[in-house]
Write a protein that binds this ligand. Structure first.
Ligand SMILES: [Zn+2]
Length: 310
């Protein structure tokens, strides 16, 4: 199905009208200018709840002389509205593009807040399919977790797709959107601002928050390897923040994933079941990460099903 028809079908599942009180909880909506023209809002490391309205992912925007490009829109329409208001306080340039780094709902449910901007939504070529498959469960879970604060949130897939690399001219400023092989998900893109050497990683980089594997753990490690050789002045993780330099900032995540691969392979070799593996693999990392118990067992399960066929 073409993306516009998917979009039309998904619009029908939107969760109602905008709530009027939601914006207060996200006010003030803090922005950090991590590099000239690159503005980041750091999301919460807490679980999704009415108190944070799904404001969990790091999201933001890049300002050119002609256009603004938004990078991820947040975990609910309320977060999207807060981001849009913050952009309007920062610049009078129009939002021409919205880049969605991948399929996870904490990164895209705010897109509906930008409807009147008529921005082109851009994502990995695999993103429309993945969003289509997950739209209904994601909306149901959002309503369950946020209640009235989910109002207005919609699944809006990209209409401009990135197969390898897409270059955008924001006016005196070139940004490169790169599609990666299967890693965190099968639809990860990064955004690189050439003028400042700033790399927006989406969830290819987790800081403090337990890394999540929803794609392929060996692919994730390969992508990190490639990224570590890229020349980067500044970088924006998908979750958390760090003062560590590049590429050392990738190391805690890489060590975590590599340990899971090593210990899962060993468990498979010793003919452990998947349940036994999830009870023992990677537990030495528990104290290093937030939300470990929410995500770690699932990562081991994903790794086991991938590695048992090697
Ligand atoms: Zn993610």
């Amino acid at each position: 199905m073409d993306p516009s028809r998917i979009a039309a079908a998904l619009l029908a599942w939107s969760v109602g009208v905008a709530s009027t009180f939601a914006a207060d909880v996200l006010d003030p909506f803090a922005l950090s200018e991590v590099a000239p023209g690159n503005f980041v809002h750091y999301g919460s490391l807490e679980e999704r709840a009415p108190g944070n309205m799904g404001d969990q992912a790091n999201i933001g925007f890049i300002v050119g002389e002609k256009c603004v490009a938004v990078i991820d829109t947040g975990g609910s329409a309320a977060v999207g509205r807060a981001l849009r208001a913050a952009i309007r306080r920062t610049t009078d340039r129009p939002v021409c593009w919205i880049i969605l780094t991948h399929v996870h709902p904490d990164h895209f449910f705010g897109t509906a807040a930008f409807r009147e901007d008529r921005a082109v939504v851009i994502g990995h070529e695999n993103l429309p399919r993945s969003m289509g498959q997950r739209a209904r469960p994601y909306l149901n879970a959002l309503k369950r977790d946020l209640g009235d604060h989910a109002a207005g949130s919609e699944v809006i897939p990209p209409t401009q797709l990135v197969r390898d690399e897409t270059v955008l001219d924001l006016g005196g400023r070139t940004i490169r959107i790169k599609a990666w092989p299967v890693a965190h998900t099968d639809n990860d893109v990064t955004v690189f601002d050439e003028r400042t050497g700033t790399l927006w990683l989406g969830d290819l980089l987790f800081v403090s928050h337990t890394p999540v594997v929803d794609g392929k753990i060996t692919g994730f490690l390969e992508v990190l390897d490639t990224l570590s050789r890229v020349s980067v002045q500044r970088f924006v993780p998908g979750h958390g923040k760090t003062d560590a330099p590049w590429p050392q900032a990738l190391e805690p995540e890489r060590d975590y994933l590599a340990l899971i691969v090593r210990e899962t392979r060993a468990a498979i070799k010793r003919r452990k079941t998947i349940e036994e593996a999830t009870d023992e693999v990677g537990l030495s990392e528990r104290d290093k990460w937030v939300n470990f118990d929410d995500f770690h067992r699932r990562n081991v399960t994903t790794a086991y099903t991938e590695l048992e066929w090697e």
